[in-house]
Design a protein around this ligand. Structure first.
Ligand code: AHR
Length: 661
């Protein structure tokens, strides 16, 4: 009877309250007076890897492909015409190639170059684009002139160029020149064209085109819409740069952080393993310019308010692709790899008088980046992994005892290697263990209680890569995201153990992907946030400060038998005086819910709140570039009085309820 009196929830709009409920009510008891483990500020984050053209051609705003002529086919991405030759004694020792443009032999003929960009060059009418080039007059003589154009090579108009500017090269010495192009039309697939318009020979190197309006206005900057999408998640941690590219197909092509810092013109090119990892999605022009390098990663982390989490090679080349010991660095030969890790910490945190701290300062950031975490190795396994990891741990602990070290549990979420590696990680006393799971629906449905019984005495958990890969439906769709949301209630309930979680992969170009599903899709001008993106964002922006116990019939709500496909967790936010309850209804039935807030003082009431729902009319669909807002979180206020709240959660729906105390 008393309970009935307290049952005073009033809802608006679609929130019809308890009156229409027929199915048995699911009663969740939330111990609102028993805040448990703190939610780590790093709990919900992002993982960036240059896969699917995520960096060059994606987040990195450079629009010119093969700007330094260092691709093995030196004119890949370029169409040359007239009298063009490739030379290799340029001003940048780690990128020695450049082009020489000379008179074509007749005044009515032309010498020049076209660049195709990444699946074309996307430009917008009314925006400014900075063209820059290093140039010289190798034979001296009078000034030389170039005409720089943006061209629509498919246009039926009389004039195919829609932005034009002239550049005068006036020195025998190498110099950087730049000008601004102002396109008059929006064109997702433009071509950059360079004409030699005088008879004097000219040499060109590092030909670049950036939007002026990049994220935070940095010249060597990031595409604004994509960086903004990352920042809007409010990530607590930012893991980079991989993933498998950390390891390389061979050690020569591993991600070498030292090559990714310093003047951008002299960062050497690296092969991107995603060029050929999947021959059925083959991209022969996929390289890493390292233009988006470690400085830019640290800077972006700082600007987003996320803790940077770099991952470095442990001296093991990708173990999927190499099964002979000679592919890897022998353990007794790891010194330079270990030194790379120590130097990276110095680059991030060192005083400006240190070698690497000075480089950071020279690059424009004298203040430290306050690095706290480092991961050594990505998806490694076998005895060789702990053997390789140990020297790193010893060296890092000695010089930087405050840095937290992350080890790997291998590529699988369970099984022989996983079972071998966890005890090894405990033995080596790493701070966190990185677990990966790209798994089907059945796995996600069965893992709601995954962490409830983990050993609390060992390292903490970093769910470093995960996504629901639908059985037979390995692409973005609502139901996969719903199951991710359901699974994440288990991360949250176990926040004493799980300190970080990052979905993967992050980005994909619609014309250049190798792996899906992904969190954010884009083409040359547009981007779309998937439902998985919104799930991550809802968790990160409603992370709370402490876990609250939540049970149904005294059991955690983990999608177990008899729990009607429900998964739930609760947190409080001590700063905002809120209680936040997250519930995923994975069943195809509406589920009546009654949330009972125990432990509140007698006269205390919940004064109000809001609820955010994620649901879809078709669970096989997701947002697309053409329909980017098809499925969005829907927020409505709810009026609550008393210490209970009742509602009905529609089938296949994820809900976040926020109550003010
Ligand atoms: O996220 C794609 C790949 O999946 C990562 O590079 C790797 O770590 C995992 O196998």
């Amino acid at each position: 009877m008393k309970k009935k009196q307290l049952f005073m929830a009033v809802t608006f709009g679609v929130l019809t309250g308890a009156a229409t409920m027929q199915a048995q009510t699911n009663e969740f008891v939330i111990q609102s007076h028993k805040p448990g483990a703190p939610i780590q500020p790093t709990m919900y984050g992002l993982f960036f890897e240059d896969i699917n053209y995520a960096a060059d051609g994606g987040l990195y705003a450079e629009l010119v492909k093969n700007r330094s002529f260092e691709f093995p086919q030196h004119l890949m991405g370029w169409n040359s015409f007239g009298n063009v030759t490739v030379k290799d004694d340029g001003p940048f020792d780690r990128n020695p190639h450049y082009v020489r443009l000379a008179y074509p032999g007749h005044d009515q003929k032309y010498t020049g170059l076209d660049n195709e960009g990444y699946f074309g060059i996307g430009v917008k009418a009314g925006e400014a684009y900075r063209f820059s080039v290093w140039a010289r007059l190798p034979e001296g003589g009078t000034n030389s002139s170039l005409r720089i154009e943006l061209v629509d090579i498919h246009s039926m108009e009389e004039q195919q160029a829609f932005a034009t500017a002239n550049l005068t090269i006036d020195s025998k010495e190498w110099k950087k020149y730049q000008l601004i192009l102002n396109p008059t039309v929006t064109q997702p697939k433009a071509t950059l064209r360079i004409f030699l318009t005088s008879k004097t020979t000219v040499d060109l190197e590092h030909i670049s085109l950036f939007p002026v309006d990049t994220w935070k206005g940095h010249e060597n900057g990031l595409r604004k819409d994509l960086a903004q999408a990352l920042a809007d998640v409010k990530p607590g941690v930012f893991r980079f740069p991989g993933g498998c590219i950390v390891e390389g197909t061979d050690l020569a092509t591993r991600y070498n952080w030292k090559n990714s810092v310093g003047p951008v013109e002299n960062r050497p090119l690296n092969e991107n393993r995603w060029e050929y990892t999947f021959p059925h999605r083959f991209f022969p022009d996929y390289y890493q310019s390292y233009g988006l390098g470690f400085f830019e990663f640290f800077q972006l982390s700082e600007e987003m308010g996320a803790e940077p989490l770099p991952v470095l090679s442990c001296g093991l080349a990708c173990q999927f692709q190499n099964n002979t010991p000679d592919a890897h660095v022998p353990v007794n030969d790891l010194d330079s790899y270990v030194q790379d890790a120590l130097d990276l910490i110095e680059f991030a945190n060192g005083d400006v008088t240190t070698t690497w701290g000075k480089l950071r300062a020279d690059m424009g950031h004298p203040a430290p980046f306050h690095l706290k975490f480092i991961a050594i190795g990505n998806e490694q396994w076998g005895e060789e992994y702990p053997e390789h990891l140990e020297p790193f741990i010893t060296a890092i602990r000695k010089v930087y005892p405050q840095i937290q070290i992350i080890g790997s549990a291998g590529p699988n979420s369970e099984g022989e290697q996983f079972d071998y590696l966890w005890p090894e990680m405990k033995r080596l006393k790493v701070d966190l263990v990185d677990e990966h799971f790209y798994r089907p629906e059945s796995w996600f449905l069965s893992q709601g209680a995954r962490y409830d019984s983990y050993d609390r005495k060992g390292p903490k958990v970093f769910a470093g890569e995960y996504a629901c890969h639908g059985q037979g439906k390995k692409w973005n769709h609502f139901n996969a995201s719903l199951l991710e949301a359901a699974f994440m209630t288990g991360l949250e309930r176990n926040a004493d153990l799980v300190h970080m979680a990052t979905y993967a992969p992050l980005f994909a170009h619609v014309e250049g992907w190798q792996w899906r599903p992904d969190m954010i899709w884009f083409d040359n001008l547009r981007s779309v946030r998937t439902v998985s993106y919104y799930v991550q964002q809802l968790y990160a922006t409603h992370a709370g400060t402490h876990v609250l116990p939540l049970t149904m019939n005294k059991q955690a709500v983990t999608g177990a038998d008899g729990q009607n496909g429900l998964f739930a967790s609760a947190v409080c936010d001590k700063n905002k005086n809120e209680i936040i309850v997250k519930v995923a209804n994975t069943s195809d039935q509406p589920q009546p819910l009654r949330l009972v807030f125990n432990g509140m003082k007698k006269k205390e009431t919940l004064s109000g709140g809001r609820r955010i729902l994620l649901q879809a009319t078709d669970p096989d669909k997701d947002n697309t570039l053409d329909h980017p807002t098809a499925i969005l979180p829907q927020e409505a206020s709810i009026v609550v009085s008393g210490q209970e709240y009742s509602t009905e959660l529609p089938p296949k729906t994820f809900a976040v309820y926020v109550f003010t105390r």
